[in-house]
Design a protein around this ligand. Sequence first.
Ligand code: FMN
Length: 385
Amino acid sequence: MIEKVDVQPIRLGNGVTIEWPIMLAPMAGVTDSVFRGLCRECGCGYATTEFARDRALLMGVPHQVELADVRDDDRPVGVQIFGADPDEMRRAAAHVIERFQPDVLDINMGCPAPKVTNGQGGSSLLRDPARAAAITAAVVAEIAPVPVTVKIRVGWDDEHKSSGVAVDVARRIVDAGAQLVTVHGRTRQQKYEGFACWDTISAVAAAVPVPVVGNGDITTPEDAAHRLRTSGCRGIAVGRGARGRPWVFRQINVFLQGAPPAEVAACEPDIAERIAIGLEHIRRQQARELALLRERPDRASRTELELREEADRRALGAMLPHVMWYVWGVPGVSAVRRALSQAHTATELEALLVQFRERPEKYAPAGDSGAPAQQVTSSPRERVL
Ligand SMILES: Cc1cc2nc3c(=O)[nH]c(=O)nc-3n(C[C@H](O)[C@H](O)[C@H](O)COP(=O)(O)O)c2cc1C
């Protein structure tokens, strides 16, 4: 019997409690409300949206507004925003709270993408702790009593990390009113490469009086248990380890509760089950895209058929990376992926997955037993970021 890990609920202000702080880390282009829903069904206890730009929210840019739409999410849920100007961030936060009523507002101070850092947002705020604190204070004051949380990295580069900046920034944003800090253990320079520095995450956890959530390189139940036991963090967030594997949360939960290895192993779905999850994911994505389009004033004159066709194309864009991850490791994976990449709509994607389920031998040349199922790959969006 593995020893149970003691995981305690995190209580934030305004009556918000994260009962099970085993979280999904936000990933742009991956963790939309449909994927968040699948993860929550598998036992993920909390999620925030991927980041939306403050100014774009205020301008009502449809795609950015959709990112902040948590009406279909399990609760509690957070909306993450980014920006560099305290006043703009304050107004965007108020707008999000009024429009979508998330339980928590999360501020991104970790994004490494030049399009974000060049505007002084995301991880560049680590180089301007006074601004990071000012943004936090402005948002906290504006949307009180809704809790504000912040996600940071461990520094801009190695030297910056060694200077203790993560602890400094964390202390300042907590003094400014942040009620929880998530720390991704990489520097901005690392982007998503190399290993996360859990020593620095632990240093932040020891330095601030609010719960700290550790993030970076958690892909297995064992990783989750180890980090919860040794880092001083109150919770953990799983990023790339959940892509194509929403059930990783079930595995983690069973493991943390001290279940025998066979029970943990039984949470790993076989290929047929993975395809079934993929098909359900596509179906929900199509429904979600259609619902969003139906609400858009700029689509008011479209016929139902036109809306359905557009939703189907949009669902393809959202789903393609996911299905590529779902089939990772299946025999004949290269041929399957080649076929899937030819789809023009989500409906075609669905048909190809069904075809693969019915006739796998069509795709599996002798000797191609597929790549290891656990390997973490990068999404097209990630390469852009
Ligand atoms: C494709 C991609 C998009 C991401 N988008 C966001 C984002 O919108 N907001 C955010 O705070 N972090 C974002 N992240 C960072 C993740 O939340 C997480 O911190 C990072 O992937 C490290 O965790 P991991 O090692 O478990 O993947 C993104 C990461 C990836 C790979």
